[in-house]
Design a protein around this ligand. Structure first.
Ligand SMILES: NC(=O)c1ccc[n+]([C@@H]2O[C@H](COP(=O)([O-])OP(=O)(O)OC[C@H]3O[C@@H](n4cnc5c(N)ncnc54)[C@H](O)[C@@H]3O)[C@@H](O)[C@H]2O)c1
Length: 326
């Protein structure tokens, strides 16, 4: 019998790629999204293959209809975007915490015994070890800094996942994605912002390129198709009550990221360093050994991923003006 999954945040960036993946794998797919940052046009071509529930994850009653007789819920809905952590911490917390409780309650009420929860690399803030494995301690450095509304809500979401309705779930898993990128990911993350800035530089022939920090900070970026393959592999092969890093361990400095974007556009950008945002972390790179033990490896390196991402931004520059609500 065809299995049914629910994807909360399925009109968001990663969610929409996961919807596509699950349809390709032959699942019935139900999408729950209130379009706060989502855009149903991302999955418009799949409208005959999926059911869309335009509702808020904080409301258990509206979730029950979407969750009815589902085999698994992939819970991805959240208020993402670094600017939002600083500007809308109350909403980040409300959706993160009330949403996680409501999703868990709705699983319980609708007897959905499999739940997969999206956490984040932000639960480590400044990790003790890099590359970071799943055992490294989670930290919330300063409750006065609104930035940690997001990391804090992910830490508590993990606690809820593993300890609230603890004996009900047959399979409950948490994944921590690390810096996901790809086409149509909005305009508020580092890669799209750099691409837009670089396109502007190319157009105006003014090549000075301001960045926050020294440029020696590192990140490891994961292409979105690799990420949804990872989520699927983890669900199929991974164990109950486990946490997995989903990412790419190709660590690059921010300066090198700028150079790669410049190269892809055939321009030489001149980097100018400015102040770092308080709370920003110096190095981030996941250890992905645990996923590799499930025979998973990301396939797309940063150079290739950027060439797959750039054309969408070149073609959709004007959408930045329309912008997301938040
Ligand atoms: N993109 C990344 O690099 C990254 C890294 C780490 C973790 N994550 C996590 O992965 C998940 C997906 O991230 P994304 O980048 O696709 O984010 P996104 O903002 O593109 O998607 C989130 C979706 O959730 C929806 N949503 C928000 N509040 C809602 C509510 N109250 N009810 C229903 N829907 C609501 C939004 O409309 C949006 O479509 C999130 O949980 C995020 O925290 C993402």
């Amino acid at each position: 019998m065809t299995k049914t999954c629910v994807i909360t945040g399925g009109c968001g960036f990663i969610g929409s790629f996961l919807v596509r993946k699950m349809v390709q794998e032959g699942w019935n797919v139900r999408v729950v999204d209130n379009m706060l940052r989502g855009d149903s046009s991302r999955i418009a071509d799949l409208s005959n293959d999926i059911e869309l529930f335009d509702c808020d994850i904080r409301h258990v009653n509206s979730l029950n209809k979407a969750f009815h007789k589902a085999d698994v819920v992939f819970h991805l809905a959240a208020v993402n975007g670094t600017e939002n952590f600083y500007q809308h911490p109350e909403l980040v917390l409300d959706v993160g915490l009330r949403g996680m409780l409501a999703v868990t309650d709705a699983c319980y009420q609708s007897n959905v015994t499999n739940l997969v929860v999206a956490s984040s690399a932000e639960v480590y803030q400044t990790p003790e070890n890099v590359p970071t494995n799943e055992q490294v301690s989670l930290t919330l450095p300063n409750s006065l800094n609104p930035r940690y509304s997001y990391g804090g809500s992910k830490i508590v979401s993990e606690l809820i996942a593993f300890n609230y309705k603890r004996d009900f779930f047959e399979k409950i898993q948490v994944f921590r994605p690390h810096n996901v990128y790809g086409p149509n990911m909005g305009f508020k993350h580092v890669i799209p912002q750099f691409i837009l800035r670089a396109l502007e530089c190319k157009k105006s022939n003014h090549l000075s390129f301001p960045i926050q920090g020294t440029g020696d900070e590192t990140r490891a970026f994961a292409y979105v198709n690799d990420v949804v393959d990872g989520i699927y592999t983890m669900y199929q092969k991974g164990a109950h009550r486990e946490i997995y890093h989903i990412g790419n361990d190709e660590e690059v400095s921010i300066k090198d990221l700028v150079r790669l974007i410049g190269k892809a556009l055939d321009i030489h950008l001149e980097i100018e360093c400015t102040d770092t945002l308080e709370g920003s972390t110096h190095r981030r790179c996941p250890d992905i050994l645990k996923m590799q033990h499930l025979s998973y490896n990301p396939k797309i390196n940063l150079k290739r991923g950027l060439t797959l991402t750039l054309p969408w931004y070149e073609q959709n520059l004007s959408r930045d003006v329309v912008n997301q609500l938040i």
